[in-house]
Ligand binder design. Structure first.
Ligand code: GTP
Ligand code: SPV
Ligand code: MN
Length: 589
């Protein structure tokens, strides 16, 4: 008797008509074989194997370099269930439209069957998925990003309980590119793109869009969050989860190395992009990292900003759309040292520092195994996950949002997450630097109605006996000259120390209209190039600016319609009332 998996693979092969079907076992030998074939085909270039053993460069189609949110769909039976936050097609229509493109799309190609586990191999919270793809680049990346191959087949056995992902490069034309999700069937169809979030279906498509749908049904959370542990000199470790939109600092924060001034502190990385969080028997929230690798932003990464990832990505890694030096080493803007005198840019063209273009694409990335990261937590594969004491929501905001502040309670914290906005980045196609609402950094990733999502968060809070404390952070405040006011990166630990102090009730705060703010004296800024005036600015509450923001919140909630819980409206009204009453201003304001 064929298994449900075998039947589905067969059905998809009959439909897409590949020349060959290859079942991935995830072995080294298989990886070497696929790499060899791509080197021969010219879709992969070997980097300098002394400096970067087993590392390769891939150049994508220049029109296929980021997620394409306008071509991404959630196809639920009822349009309302997808919500105003998602593009929607009727499942039948989506299958007809994409089906026409999938029909025969794999002719002349191999179909790779990539079974994978999201989450630790033995965790009850982990989930099996299978991606069928005609891109060997996707197959080798899936091996880095997930537990791919035999282990997944073993876990699945003859069961039909797996997320099905069908992917084809198609002809890579943006006109014939669609990423469609069918949450009711736990099915994903993606065609016309080879880019990360569009093509590595385990990542945003499964681990967030499909998983968030499932999480709501089952009472847990699938979030766009990093997870880290901070070990204090006393030996106490506190776990924090943090949601920042794409290219807003998750990878960097997840593996920060404490600066020399922060003696005795250690940061332990559990995850850097996605967290699945369940309510434990003890009434606390526990997080696992569903992924096994990092798909990180290259530009701006260097041994000062993120030494840990630099130590991770120098072997067994795939670089996409970075530049190449004459030594065959990768180069991107903001890397260590001065730029090379000449290089080959991300499109394969000659480049010099005098060129008016970037050497690496602003959304160039590396794929690298998590286990190579020197700060991976000993708990990162704990099947139970790690207990979360604090949740941070943070965006990229030049103005208004203070460096850090704390919610009054869970409901207020959900409101802080729900009303988060951030400047757009190169991680998705479209304008960069425009402030847009991005609730909980999930706007592009929530697989259902955003109003239902807020309600789900409120419900989870009710079930938690010991809910995490919720905070907002902003590393990206700027002065009039466009210079960052806060040094960021490793120095963010100083802010996390305040967060930990609050979690354990060890540090006082000022109660303001927007939340609890640190007293300037309780943030350690010794040795930093941050003046007391700058710190005051970083922690100020701009009443006029906030009253304007409240108007924006109304537009946000109105846009999401009547599924937005009343509690969110009440929080917005209460904020306005507190601002107008001039609620006790912080003593330093
Ligand atoms: P995705 O993988 O798209 O989800 O991104 P991410 O949230 O993991 O962002 P990442 O850590 O890769 O950072 C994106 C960019 O922001 C990089 O260019 C970083 O150098 C920069 N960045 C990260 N942290 C900070 C910070 O604290 N301050 C400043 N100024 N820039 C930062
Ligand atoms: C993001 O855009 O948030 C990423 C990269 O982490 S992708 O996998 O393309 O979503
Ligand atoms: Mn991300």
């Amino acid at each position: 008797m064929p298994t449900p998996l075998e039947l589905w693979v067969d059905e998809c092969a009959k439909f897409t008509k590949p020349d060959k079907v290859h079942w991935c076992d995830g072995s080294d030998a298989e990886n070497q074989q696929l790499t060899k074939e791509m080197l021969r085909a010219g879709t992969l270039y070997a980097l300098n194997q002394q400096a970067y053993p087993n590392c390769y460069l891939h150049r994508s189609d220049p029109t296929d370099v980021a997620r394409t949110e306008h071509l991404t769909f959630v196809c639920t039976k009822q349009k309302e269930d997808a919500g105003p936050n998602n593009n929607w097609m009727e499942p039948k229509d989506a299958k007809a439209k994409l089906g026409a493109l999938f029909n025969g799309a794999m002719r002349g190609r191999t179909m790779y069957v990539a079974p994978y586990i999201l989450g630790p191999v033995n965790s009850p919270y982990s989930k099996v998925g299978v991606e069928l793809t005609d891109s060997p680049y996707v197959a080798v990346n899936m091996r880095i990003m997930t537990r791919m191959g035999k282990a997944a087949l073993n876990r699945l056995g003859g069961s039909n309980d797996f997320v099905k992902g069908l992917h084809s490069l198609g002809d890579l034309s943006p006109e014939r590119r669609y990423i469609a999700h069918f949450p009711e069937e736990e099915l994903i169809w993606s065609i016309g793109s080879g880019y990360g979030g569009n093509a590595l279906l385990a990542k945003k498509c499964h681990a967030l869009r499909i998983a968030s749908w499932k999480a709501r049904k089952e009472g847990w959370l699938a979030e766009h969050m990093l997870v880290l542990g901070i070990e204090e000199p006393s030996g106490r470790t506190t776990y924090i989860a943090a949601a920042f939109p794409s290219a807003c600092g998750k990878t960097n924060l997840a593996m920060l190395i404490p600066p020399a001034s922060q003696k005795g502190y250690k940061v332990w990385t559990v995850g850097e992009d996605i967290a699945w969080m369940h309510i434990g028997d003890d009434g606390r929230l526990y997080a696992i990292n569903p992924e096994a690798g990092f798909f990180g932003v290259a530009p701006g990464t260097n041994s000062r900003t993120n030494p840990n990832v630099m130590a991770t990505l120098n072997r067994n890694s795939i670089f996409t759309n970075v530049a190449l030096t004459h030594n065959k080493t990768p180069y991107w803007e903001g890397m260590d040292g001065s730029p090379p005198h000449e290089a080959i840019d991300w499109q394969g063209k000659p480049w010099t520092p005098h060129s008016l273009t970037k050497a690496a694409h602003p959304n160039s990335r590396f794929t690298t195994p998590a286990r190579q990261c020197p700060t991976m937590s000993p708990e990162w594969e704990n099947p139970k996950g790690v207990p979360i004491s604090a949740i941070l929501f943070g965006g990229r905001r030049a103005n208004l949002i203070p460096l850090v502040y704390q919610a009054f309670n869970w409901q207020h914290g959900v409101f802080l997450g729900a009303t988060m906005a951030s400047e757009t980045t190169a991680a998705a196609t479209g304008a960069v630097g425009v402030v847009r609402n991005d609730p909980m950094a999930m706007l592009p990733f929530c697989g259902y109605h955003m109003g239902d999502y807020f309600a789900h968060w409120l419900n989870v809070g009710k079930k938690l006996k010991h809910p995490p404390e919720i905070f907002r952070v902003n590393w990206f405040r700027m002065d009039n000259q466009g210079k960052y006011l806060w040094p960021g990166f490793g120095e963010n630990l100083r802010v996390l120390r305040w967060v930990i102090g609050r979690v354990h009730g060890e540090v006082t705060a000022d109660q303001t209209a927007i939340g609890h703010l640190p007293k300037p004296s309780s943030l350690d800024i010794t040795g930093l190039d941050v003046s007391p005036d700058t710190l005051r600015e970083l922690l100020a509450v701009d009443k006029a600016g906030w009253l304007k923001a409240v108007e924006g919140q109304k537009a946000l909630f109105t846009g999401f319609g009547d599924r937005v819980p009343k509690a969110m409206w009440q929080e917005s009204l209460a904020l306005k009332a507190r601002l107008e009453a001039g609620a006790k201003a912080p003593s330093h304001a």
